[in-house]
Design a protein around this ligand. Structure first.
Ligand code: SF4
Length: 458
C-alpha cells in the first residue's frame, strides 16, 4: 500500500535514502570472516548491531551464524570500547577457542574513534591472545559503503594480516572471489579443479554457511580456508580477483605487500565471462580445456539456442551487488535480453557504470550509491516496466505492486531457499539461472495466454 505513494516523477536527491538497496558494512565483513576456517567474527559495538548482522546472515543462509560482540553500554559510548574488547578477547579464547578472531568495527566505535591497532597490541602485551592464535580487524564504518565494502575491507585485512612473501614462489594461483554465495565458491573451485589447477581461494564460505545437517553442532564447521593457505598466498604466482568492487583493494595489497601480480576479472556469470575465467585458468595451468567443462558449456549453449525465442528482446531491470549485477547484465546481453535499469546501493564508481553501459548499451539507466535505493528503482520501473526484475527479497513488494516476475539473486534473500546451494557462476550456474528465467517467462506466458493460445508444448 505504501508503494502506491511512490511518485513516477524522478527528482535528484543528495542526502535522503529511501529503502536502501544494501545492508551495512559489518554484515559483509562477518560473511568474509566466516570463510576462514575456525575464525569467529566479532562485532565491536553494541549488542543490537551484532544481533542485526547475525540475523541478516542467519535468515539469508538459514544456518546459525556465530559471532560475538563487544557489547557496548552507555559507558563505552562515552569512554571508548577498549576495556570491552580486551575482556571480549579473553572470554572468546577461553570459552569458544577459535584460531582467529576477526573484529569488525561499527558506526558507534568508528564515531568514538577507537584505535583498534592499539587495542589489539595491548591485548598482545597483556597476553590475552594465546600462542598461535590471531586477532585481526577491519574498519567497517557503516555510514558509508555497504556490505560489499565491508566484505572488501575484511578481505584486505586477511591479506594484511596473513599473506607473506617467503622469497620462494609456490605453484599456486590465488583466487579472490567477491561477495558471492557459497554455492558460487564451490562452482569456482570446481572449474579450477577440472582444469587441474593448483589454487588457494579465500574467503571460502562453502561448507560453512551451507554445511550439511548431520546431527552434530559444530561451532566451527569443516569449511573455510585454512590460515596456512592464506599465508602461502603471498608466494603464489598470480592472483585472480573475481569482481572488481569486492576484491580490487585486496588484490592491490597482495601485489604491493607480496609482489603477487593481480588479474582483475569480472565474476564468471554467463557464457562469455565464464569463458574468460576458464581461459585465464587454462593459461595459468598450461592445459587445454577438459571435456567435462566443454560438456557443461555445451549444455548451456544448447538450452540458450533451444529457447532463444522466449528470451530475445525481453526487458529486464537489475538490482543487487555491483559485481553480481554486472555479471547478470552480461548474462542478459549474451541471451539477447535488454537491460533497462541497473541499480546498486553500493558505491561502485564510474568504471563500473561504464562497464554496465558497454555491456547493456547506451539506453540503460545506471546508478550506484546511497541514492540508488529501492524507491528510485520503483520510480524507474513506473516509467518503463520491464518483463523481469532481478533483485533481493525486498524487491518482492515492488514486483507485487507492478505485477513483474521477480528473480531472486541478490543479498539478502529471506523468503526463498536454494541460493546457497545452487550457483549463478560457471556454466552450471548459468544453466540454472537460464532455467529459472525461462520458468518465470513461460509461467507468465501461460498465465496470460488466451484460451486458444494456451500451448502444451513450448
Ligand atoms: S548501520 Fe551502523 S548502527 Fe546500524 S547495525 Fe550497522 S553498524 Fe550498527
Amino acid at each position: 500500500m505504501l508503494l502506491k505513494h511512490t511518485p513516477k516523477e524522478l527528482a535528484e536527491r543528495s542526502a535522503l535514502t529511501i529503502n536502501p538497496a544494501k545492508t551495512c558494512q559489518p554484515v559483509g565483513a562477518m560473511y568474509a570472516a566466516l570463510g576462514i576456517h575456525k575464525c569467529l567474527p566479532h562485532s565491536h559495538g553494541s549488542q543490537g548491531c551484532c544481533a542485526y548482522h547475525r540475523s541478516a546472515l542467519t535468515r539469508h543462509y538459514t544456518e546459525p551464524v556465530m559471532a560475538s560482540t563487544s557489547s557496548f553500554t552507555e559507558g563505552s559510548s562515552v569512554f571508548g570500547g577498549q576495556s570491552n574488547l580486551l575482556e571480549s578477547i579473553s572470554n572468546i579464547f577461553a570459552l569458544y577457542d577459535p584460531d582467529i578472531i576477526a573484529v569488525n568495527t561499527t558506526c558507534l566505535s568508528e564515531v568514538i574513534g577507537d584505535d583498534l591497532t592499539q587495542i589489539i597490541n595491548r591485548a598482545i602485551t597483556d597476553n590475552k591472545i594465546p600462542p598461535g592464535k590471531k586477532v585481526l580487524y577491519a574498519s567497517t564504518p557503516s555510514f558509508k559503503g555497504s556490505h560489499v565494502t565491508g566484505y572488501a575491507n575484511m578481505l584486505s585485512a586477511m591479506v594484511q594480516n596473513f599473506a607473506a612473501n617467503s622469497g620462494k614462489k609456490n605453484n599456486a594461483v590465488t583466487i579472490l572471489p567477491s561477495f558471492i554465495e557459497p554455492s558460487d565458491m564451490t562452482e569456482i573451485k570446481h572449474i579450477a579443479e577440472e582444469l587441474g589447477l593448483e589454487y588457494i581461494m579465500y574467503p571460502d564460505t562453502s561448507g560453512v554457511v551451507n554445511a550439511p545437517m548431520d546431527g552434530t553442532f559444530r561451532m566451527y564447521p569443516k569449511g573455510g580456508t585454512a590460515k596456512e593457505k592464506i599465508i602461502a598466498s603471498g608466494d603464489s604466482r598470480l592472483a585472480l580477483a573475481l569482481g572488481r568492487t569486492g576484491t580490487f583493494q585486496a588484490a592491490q595489497l597482495l601485489d604491493s605487500k607480496c609482489k603477487v601480480k593481480p588479474l582483475i576479472m569480472d565474476l564468471p556469470i554467463g557464457i562469455s565471462a565464464t569463458d574468460a575465467f576458464v581461459d585465464a585458468l587454462r593459461k595459468a595451468a598450461g592445459v587445454t580445456v577438459p571435456e567435462s567443462l566443454r560438456t557443461e558449456r555445451g549444455q548451456l549453449v544448447d538450452v540458450l539456442c533451444d529457447k532463444a525465442q522466449y528470451l530475445y528482446g525481453k526487458k529486464v531491470s537489475l538490482m543487487g551487488d555491483p559485481d553480481t549485477v554486472l555479471g547478470l547484465a552480461r548474462f542478459c546481453a549474451d541471451a539477447g535480453m535488454r537491460a533497462l535499469h541497473v541499480v546498486t546501493g553500493t558505491p561502485a564508481g564510474a568504471k563500473w557504470e561504464r562497464g554496465i553501459r558497454e555491456i547493456a548499451g547506451g539506453g540503460v539507466t545506471v546508478k550506484s550509491g546511497a541514492q540508488a535505493d529501492l524507491f528510485y528503482l520503483h520510480q524507474l520501473l513506473q516509467n518503463e516496466k520491464p518483463d523481469l526484475l532481478f533483485g533481493n527479497t525486498y524487491c518482492k513488494y515492488i514486483a507485487r505492486d507492478m505485477d513483474i516476475p521477480l528473480i531472486r539473486c541478490a543479498f539478502p534473500i529471506y523468503d526463498r531457499i536454494g541460493h546457497s546451494y545452487v550457483p549463478l557462476t560457471g556454466y552450471r550456474g548459468g544453466l540454472h539461472l537460464l532455467i529459472t528465467i525461462l520458468d518465470k517467462i513461460l509461467d507468465r506466458q501461460d498465465r496470460d495466454a488466451a484460451e486458444e493460445e494456451f500451448e502444451l508444448v513450448m
